[in-house]
Design a protein around this ligand. Structure first.
Ligand code: SF4
Length: 206
């Protein structure tokens, strides 16, 4: 089974609780106005990989980075729910947690047969589209206050009353060729403060 992906990070601390492998899938059928990652909308721009290949990378990171889980975001993970459901099952089997983002609502996803496995293996689901007029970064990992946290297992239930005020963080990576990449959640204003605006074209927001 194959997935079309944008990219992955073997280990990040700003895309969910603890140290996580993070997978950005390629392709999003929702296309929210003000989306921070519009380059993940078209499936044409993605890279096709097998579920087994990705699982090998996750296993490598589990051994090298002591990750506690995997985060699926995008793009829209539920546009590729079957393959991600298979990957999520493999991830859970080795004792890692699964956190999944979706622009669709949980109520809608529950009625989709193809979404069953991915939902069943997800510990923490964050649902709802980004709505730019509801911009709110007071909770971690999300950009607007309509987005909801669903604790589908007890794994992250302890976070339920701690979300407001936790805020967001970003990570900045500089590659050998000087390309600066950013992941995590921040406003454009924050990024402008961090970087010289004249140099901003060199920054790849992920
Ligand atoms: S669901 Fe996510 S990736 Fe898709 S348009 Fe909305 S914010 Fe962007």
């Amino acid at each position: 089974m194959k997935l079309v992906i944008h990219r992955y990070l073997p280990c990040t601390t700003v895309e969910g609780p603890g140290r996580r492998f993070c997978l950005w899938v390629q392709g999003c059928s929702i296309r929210c106005e003000g989306c921070g990652v519009p380059w993940t909308w078209s499936k044409q721009n993605g890279k096709t990989v097998t579920v087994e290949e990705l699982f090998r990378e996750i296993e490598k990171s589990r051994k090298e980075n002591d990750i506690e889980g995997v985060t699926f975001l995008g793009g829209e993970p539920f546009d590729q729910a079957e393959a991600l459901g298979k990957l999520a099952a493999m991830v859970k089997k080795v004792g890692l947690t699964v956190m999944t983002f979706s622009g669709y609502l949980y109520e809608e996803l529950k009625n989709r047969t193809k979404a069953c496995d991915l939902l069943a293996y997800t510990d923490l689901l964050i649902d709802g589209p980004f709505e730019k007029e509801k911009l709110d970064l007071s909770r971690p990992w999300v950009g607007s206050f309509n987005q909801r946290f669903h604790f589908l297992t007890s794994a992250y239930k302890y976070l339920e009353n701690e979300l407001v005020g936790m805020g967001n963080k970003i990570e900045i990576r500089i590659s050998k060729n000087g390309l600066v990449s950013v992941n995590g959640m921040a406003t454009q204003e924050t990024l402008n403060e961090l970087f010289d605006v004249s140099e901003f074209k060199k920054i790849k927001r992920i």
